[in-house]
Design a binder for this molecule. Structure first.
Ligand code: DLL
Length: 433
């Protein structure tokens, strides 16, 4: 089943024409409504009249998370705040969140692309969609909710956490489709196998999983343990949330909803656009967004694009499963974590030195994060109560800056290995390949 055949099965030529029209309109709007873009374009000597279609994309400026931070919170919004009906946020690079805003039309677009995602995953109005992505500032819960509701499925908005209750509701309410991060799906699978429930008492048959990288091996494990089909869905808050691209049941690449978000692949070092099929960093230009339209937004996600038609009948370009990032962002239990945030918090505390190590691991399918940090030489004490107080204080400050729980371990001055080249700040023990 295809939710919107007109756009999902459009000829490549018509798609280019549609994208070009919408791009010209977007450039016009951001040039006149967002001082940041006007200034950037003026510096590059480009005016809206120079943009005739998507072949002119390389003439436009890039946008990064840092630009959003520098214009925190609403500086890149292209409409008056009275037009904004929803605000979400994701992690920024130094503690301040990245803020995104939606107009009523943007929310309708979001439900539309998530309805396409749900349909591509084989979900229909007869399904019970168990939304275990977090609801709140994170876009996962509300995004999946909007799409499932639009296709007429019965939505169970359980949100994340409380695994025993998840199993109980899934069992008693007859959930047929699960929406959560792949690591949580695996955790639920393991909890189910350890529980008194029997798999046959559940009606679960499919799932839409994303918000973090996961491998084919992990897909196989989820599919075997939960006995469902596991569909990869991709998105980022800045572009809309989930609903930027999604696999269909062929599970052979993620269809990008390119009538709304135009993808490019660039070389992250030279920033040059790369030819079709090349591996590189994914960049998106939004062409229908009103609240926060973005030109050439750098995702830092690494992948490649395939323009050949899919067996499912969709003609939308497909992106490969993301295989990594070109920056140092970590995703811990679905939450984006930047080592630079840890560093800036430590730099604000006089009792610690900015020498630290983040150790990421996975226990019973759930990510764990440990921060080892050196106590400053001048502060070092062997009074256990003082050290315990300091540990608690660091943990509290870190958890509120990172929005993820972690364990803090203080270590003696000069015990964390110094590196001669690039400092090694992160040890990721999770097996992602
Ligand atoms: O994670 C939106 C989302 C929610 C997508 C639910 C899918 C399902 P952010 O919190 O802004 O938004 O994080 C965006 O997460 O740049 C990728 O690095 C990573 N990511 C998201 N989906 C996938 C995926 C949401 N399927 C960042 N595979 C992105 C790999 C993913 N990485």
């Amino acid at each position: 089943m295809i939710w919107n055949e007109t756009f999902e099965c459009m000829s490549r030529e018509d798609m280019r024409r549609c994208q070009s029209r919408r791009l010209i309109d977007t450039v016009e709007r951001v040039y006149h409504n967002v001082p940041f873009y006007r200034k950037k374009m003026q510096e590059m000597g480009v005016t809206p009249e120079d943009i005739h279609g998507i072949e002119d994309l390389p003439r436009l400026p890039f946008t990064t998370k840092k630009d959003l931070r520098d214009n925190y919170p609403y500086g890149l919004f292209a409409v008056p705040m009275s037009e904004i009906v929803r605000i979400h946020a994701s992690s920024g690079t130094t503690g301040k969140p990245t803020v995104v805003g939606y107009t009523r039309k943007d929310l309708a677009t979001w439900s539309e692309v998530m309805a396409r995602t749900m349909t591509a995953a084989g979900i229909t109005r007869h399904d019970f969609v168990h939304v275990a992505y977090g609801y709140g500032m994170f876009t996962g819960g509300f995004g999946a909710h909007g799409g499932a509701e639009k296709i007429g499925a019965s939505v169970i908005p359980i949100s994340g956490g409380n695994t025993r209750r998840q199993l109980q509701i899934m069992h008693d309410f007859g959930s047929t489709a699960l929406a959560c991060t792949p690591s949580y799906a695996l955790h639920l699978a393991e909890a189910l196998l350890e529980s008194d429930y029997k798999r046959d008492e559940f009606k679960l048959r499919t799932g839409t999983f994303g918000a973090e990288p996961w491998t084919e091996n992990m897909r196989r494990e989820i599919e075997e343990k939960l006995r469902i089909k596991a569909i990869d869905i991709f998105g980022l808050s800045e572009i809309i949330g989930p609903g930027v691209s999604s696999e269909c049941t062929c599970q052979d690449g993620l269809h990008v909803f390119e009538d709304h978000f135009v993808p490019e692949i660039i070389d992250p070092k030279t920033l040059e656009a790369l030819p079709e099929g090349a591996d590189g960093e994914l960049v998106f230009t939004t062409i229908t967004k009103e609240g926060l339209p973005l030109l050439r937004y750098r995702t830092y996600d690494l992948t490649s694009l395939d323009y050949s038609p899919c067996r499912c009948g969709r003609t939308l370009v497909r992106m490969k499963k993301c295989y990594g990032r070109s920056d140092d962002m970590l995703i811990i239990r679905g939450v984006n974590v930047f080592p630079s945030t840890v560093e800036s918090v430590l730099l604000d505390m006089k009792e610690t030195s900015p020498h630290y190590l983040l150790i990421v691991d996975r226990q019973s399918a759930l990510d764990t994060l440990e921060l080892q940090v050196e106590v400053d030489g001048n502060y070092f004490t062997d009074r256990i109560s003082e050290l315990q107080n300091l540990t608690n204080r660091i943990q509290h400050t870190m958890e509120s800056a990172l929005q993820v729980s972690l364990k803090v371990k203080l270590v003696e001055p000069k015990t964390i290995a110094r590196s001669e080249g690039k400092a090694v700040r992160v040890i990721d023990k999770r097996k992602l390949s």
